[in-house]
Design a protein around this ligand. Structure first.
Ligand code: SAM
Length: 279
């Protein structure tokens, strides 16, 4: 058992050294379950066999990364959270921006998968602002570790199953039917900038003074000490006031005590208050 744990450590270290993909601080249970499938698929019986396979087939590193990073997502994945962002966050944020005469609105979807989350944010903002959208410079940054997901996301093409359950009004207003499914309309796609960013191994935040950060359904895969590090980085890249949205089953770690005000415990909406900047 212990030798297996040591072999797993060596395998994850090798993946980090050779491919710079760092899964050493992901929760072990998930990593072991997902790795099992790659071992089976490659005919490796042990972690050592699999390390040999990686040496002989370097293209396997990418496949492994795509297996270990789970891309399950959906539009408006947590409908209650999006509803509460529209009720609690957007009115406050927009009125603050108007008072401050700051026309920028900066959002970051930190684990954007195939684009479902950042496009949902773009739709939400467009719906909320209506013809006032043009008064603001909206930036929605969308990052992920998975090149595979990032390769697909900018095209905004989804199967009928991917958009199942979306309200008809959203489908009609923001998507166009095509032969194999649905395409996100160009005006929505143009609001989102996709790029690569690894939340775990990169220490410096890629964006600063953000108004709202979505960090949903990624912390659950990470060990506590990494969750703390990631949240510290996100906190530092938020403006004040600024808002942080976590996934349904995620909560801020202890190092955020006293730094974030909870606006809605069920929707997992938190606010970085900003002294005299407060709304
Ligand atoms: C379960 S999906 C969540 C997608 C979306 N945020 C949502 O809530 O529906 C997790 C995403 O996290 C990404 N991910 C995993 N490790 C990451 C890392 N270290 N940095 C950035 N993204 C990562 C995966 O590639 C995947 O797209």
């Amino acid at each position: 058992m212990q030798s297996n744990a040591i072999a797993l450590d060596s395998l994850l270290e090798k993946v980090y050294q050779d491919a710079r993909h760092d899964f050493r601080e992901y929760k072990r249970g998930t990593v072991i379950r997902r790795l099992e499938r790659r071992l089976q698929a490659t005919g490796a019986r042990t972690y050592l066999d699999y390390m040999r396979f990686l040496d002989a087939h370097p293209e396997e590193y990418q496949r492994l990364t795509d297996y270990l990073t789970i891309h399950v997502s959906s539009f408006f994945r947590s409908p209650y959270a999006f509803q509460q962002v529209a009720r609690l966050v957007l009115p406050e944020l927009v009125s603050y921006k108007r008072v401050q005469r700051q026309p920028s609105l900066k959002f970051w979807s930190t684990a954007c998968a195939r684009g479902e989350e950042p496009y949902s944010i773009a739709i939400l903002l467009t719906d909320f602002l209506g013809n006032k959208l043009q008064d603001f410079n909206v930036s929605i940054y969308a990052t992920d570790i998975s090149w595979c997901a990032l390769h697909e996301a900018p095209a905004g093409l989804y199967s009928p199953k991917d958009v199942e359950g979306l309200p008809l009004a959203i489908l009609e207003n923001y998507f166009t039917r095509h032969s194999k499914g649905y395409a996100v309309n160009t005006n929505i796609r143009q609001m989102v900038n996709f790029s690569h960013f690894d939340l775990v191994s990169t220490k410096a935040p890629p964006f600063m003074s953000l108004d709202c950060i979505f960090c949903c359904n990624i912390l659950i895969y990470l060990q506590k000490q990494v969750q703390e590090r990631v949240l510290e980085m996100l906190y530092n890249s938020l403006a004040a006031p600024g808002y942080l949205i976590l996934g349904e089953v995620e909560t801020p770690t202890n190092n955020m005590d006293g730094k974030l005000e909870c606006l809605d415990i069920k929707a997992k909406i938190y606010k970085k208050n900003g002294g005299s900047n407060d709304v």
